[in-house]
Design a protein around this ligand. Structure first.
Ligand code: AMP
Length: 282
């Protein structure tokens, strides 16, 4: 695997040298890699000639300084994981590479996407995400870029970015990888105590039940049943839990057969934010 900190070297590696005019797949990460990240790498490898992964803990998307300071950074381990996964190139930029002094911040219009749900909880977060993804796309120049459904709202932000700037990049959204107990994999799960991690699958069962209930009873009733079950867990506080239209995240009051719907949830569990979602319909 080629490893570089600069766009110039990355360009030489993936374009001018052996790879030539081939399709490039890209997976942007903040490191502390787990099987969820690797599922994106594997899909990119299946669908492209060259796969590039980036690891960059983007300061601009952290509204909480402590979250940034405590973000896990096991870079040596990550490199081994990527090599084992057969990733072709790892881009490890320094902040100056992504945000050079003369770089103008982009005027992206995310509309309500940045102020509702996860955006409401983390002011400025999605502007920071849009900015770093735009810069990473400029550096890597991929044909396809792979994102996890786990960060559902983020996938809409990236699609909006691509649309607004007319970028010739296919955005591919991949399934959520889960632990055996149903907990969605996340780099932040290392912050859970072992006993809490073992129990943290308690969100997934109610989500599955919600999916089957949503087409059989009123949405508020189905949502209440799921909320009650999650609230029963000691240490768990629901930050938000809504059923929304997956195209624009507008809240739905009912789901018909033709209405696509997704349930988005964040549970704060002993101080760790557990982000999850399930497609209800469509
Ligand atoms: P992150 O390093 O958390 O910024 O995540 C990098 C990419 O991996 C994002 O597109 C995430 O949505 C995706 N990802 C994170 N967790 C999972 C998971 N459990 N399953 C699939 N993809 C994931």
């Amino acid at each position: 695997m080629f490893l570089t900190k600069t766009t110039k070297d990355l360009d030489t590696i993936i374009r001018n040298q052996s790879f030539g005019n081939q399709k490039i797949g890209f997976v942007a990460t903040m490191g502390a890699l787990h099987k969820g990240h690797i599922s994106l790498i594997e899909r990119s490898k299946r669908e492209n000639d060259t796969t590039v992964c980036s690891i960059f803990v983007n300061p601009k998307q952290f509204n909480d300084k402590n979250d940034l300071l405590n973000y896990p950074k096991p870079i040596e381990k990550d490199i081994i994981i990527l090599e084992e996964a057969g990733c072709d190139a790892l881009f490890l930029p320094d902040p100056e590479e992504i945000y050079p002094k003369d770089y103008k911040e982009l005027g992206i219009d995310l509309g309500t996407l940045e102020t509702i749900l996860e955006g409401a909880m983390r002011p400025g977060h999605f502007k920071g995400v849009a900015l770093v993804v735009k810069r990473l796309f400029e550096c890597v120049k991929p044909d396809k870029a792979y994102f996890g459904q786990k960060d559902f709202q983020q996938t809409l932000v990236v699609k909006q970015l691509v649309k607004q700037f007319n970028l010739p990049i296919d955005i591919i959204v991949n399934d959520i990888l889960r632990e055996d107990n149903g907990l969605a994999m996340s780099s932040r799960n290392v912050r859970l105590k072992e006993e809490h991690k073992l129990n943290a699958g308690f969100i997934y069962e109610p989500l599955l039940k919600l999916k089957s209930n949503a087409l059989q009873m009123s949405l508020p009733d189905a949502l209440n049943i799921a909320c009650d079950e999650i609230n029963k867990q000691e240490g768990a506080n629901i930050e938000y839990f809504e059923i929304v239209d997956p195209e624009n995240l507008k809240k739905l009051v009912s789901v018909s057969e033709n209405q696509k719907a997704v349930a988005l949830i964040v549970v704060n569990y002993y101080g760790v934010r557990l982000l999850d979602n399930i497609i209800i319909n469509g």
